[in-house]
Design a protein around this ligand. Structure first.
Ligand code: NAD
Ligand code: GLY
Length: 359
């Protein structure tokens, strides 16, 4: 059965469909939103080889004229140059305002395709078909699109919502193990920031999730999407509540930066960051030791790292002070209140806490 849920954003509302073997239904989903007939699938060679034919067949059956645009695989290609190469093809193939784009891939493909759609001819419709776990539970929902700049990640972009998100958990069977575990870190994050019962469910079903049971994945992805959708509905442009999705990201970003981009995956850095946040919360009496231990145990079960790499307090502070949540010079951190809620805190004496966290 395919589950459906609404991301309610007024005239920018859209549905997320989640299930097993959902590709054959994509034509009906697109028909429901009057999606254009002339479409281009944007993907990379690895994902294209695995899933493009299935998607093309379903789209052609629904009467659509389909072409494919391939861009190279990897975060290093999430650039303005790749974006330009997409515009070049669209112009060559005479795409007009009545055409649409379909992002088939992980977060890199989704972000770049969304930004191409936001900007080509001042905006054409697009659909997300996320294939990594991170993209299914996070990046495909909420309309953050963009590319990197040599000076930093995601510095160029726009909020631009898709018309539909189409999730097939079966594609996760081919996702490399470290990518899969990284996605699970984001799933666990949702439990920590807003749903203690979901966290308990993840603990209870951890072996099925480790085995990538499709049934367990449908539930985990669906609950994660509900939580993300709820946050986005209440704070589309990240003025407040949406910041809570950054649990573990300030510490995690420091870990990623200090280790050198690509050495530690984003979800792995978030895993370490969530443990650092939980230990800081413990020191501030916001979280019990039992809850810290549960968080560490669940992340560790999925082979996610939980120990910060060995850099100095000054190194960590240096990166964290450049975080986008810094206000009036003070570092602000999302900290969990036990398991099931979180808030943004201005942390005084961060140096002291870091000193403890790193020893
Ligand atoms: P990714 O897109 O690089 O995908 C990871 C790897 O897995 C790639 O090599 C990809 O080709 C491969 N892959 C994806 N699906 C596969 C499948 N089903 N089978 C086999 N291989 C598969 O990385 P990601 O973790 O999906 O996304 C990271 C990106 O997402 C970053 O650029 C980050 O900035 C962005 N992001 C955006 C948001 C947002 O709200 N827009 C949120 C979080 C992250
Ligand atoms: N991944 C964080 C956000 O979408 O806001």
């Amino acid at each position: 059965m395919t589950e459906r849920m609404l991301v309610g954003l007024g005239e920018r509302s859209y549905q997320i469909w989640i299930g097993e073997n959902t590709f054959p239904a994509i034509g009906s989903a697109l028909d429901e939103v009057n999606f254009p007939n002339k479409v281009a699938i944007v993907t990379n060679p690895s994902i294209g080889e695995l899933y493009c034919d299935q998607l093309i067949d379903a789209l052609v059956l629904s009467g659509r004229q389909v072409s494919v645009i391939q861009v190279p695989d990897g975060e290093e290609y999430k650039t303005v140059a790749t974006l330009e190469s997409i515009y070049d093809v669209l112009i060559d193939r005479k795409f007009d305002r009545y055409c649409g784009l379909i992002a088939l891939g992980g977060g890199v493909i989704g972000d770049i395709t969304g930004f191409a759609a936001a900007t080509f001819l001042r905006g054409i419709p697009f659909v997300q078909v996320p294939t990594s776990l991170l993209a299914q539970v996070d990046s495909s929902i909420g309309g953050k699109t963009g590319v990197n700049h040599p000076q930093g990640k995601n510095l160029i972009g726009a909020f631009y919502q898709p018309q539909h998100v189409h999730i097939d958990v079966n594609v996760l069977a081919t996702l490399p193990q470290r990518e899969y575990a990284s996605g699970l870190a984001e799933v666990i994050k949702y439990g920590i920031i807003s749903d203690r019962e979901f966290f308990r469910w993840l603990e209870e079903h951890r072996d099925r999730l480790a085995d990538r049971s499709a049934e367990a994945l449908v539930h985990a992805v669906m609950r994660s999407c509900q939580i993300k959708a709820n946050v986005v509905e209440n704070d589309e442009k990240e003025q407040g509540l949406r910041i809570l999705l950054n649990l573990g990201h300030t510490f995690g970003h420091a870990v990623e930066t200090l280790a050198g981009y690509g050495v530690i995956k984003h979800g792995e850095a978030v895993s370490i960051g969530m443990v650092m946040a939980a230990r800081t919360a413990l020191r501030l009496d916001l979280c019990s030791i039992e809850d810290v231990d549960r968080i560490v145990a669940l992340l560790t079960y999925f082979d996610l790292p939980v120990t910060p790499p060995d850099f100095s307090v000054a190194d960590y502070l240096g990166v964290m002070q450049r975080d986008k949540k810094v206000k009036d010079g003070a570092v602000r951190l999302v900290l969990n209140h036990g398991i099931g809620s979180a808030e943004l805190h201005q942390v005084k004496d961060l140096e002291k806490y870091l000193d403890e966290l790193l020893t």
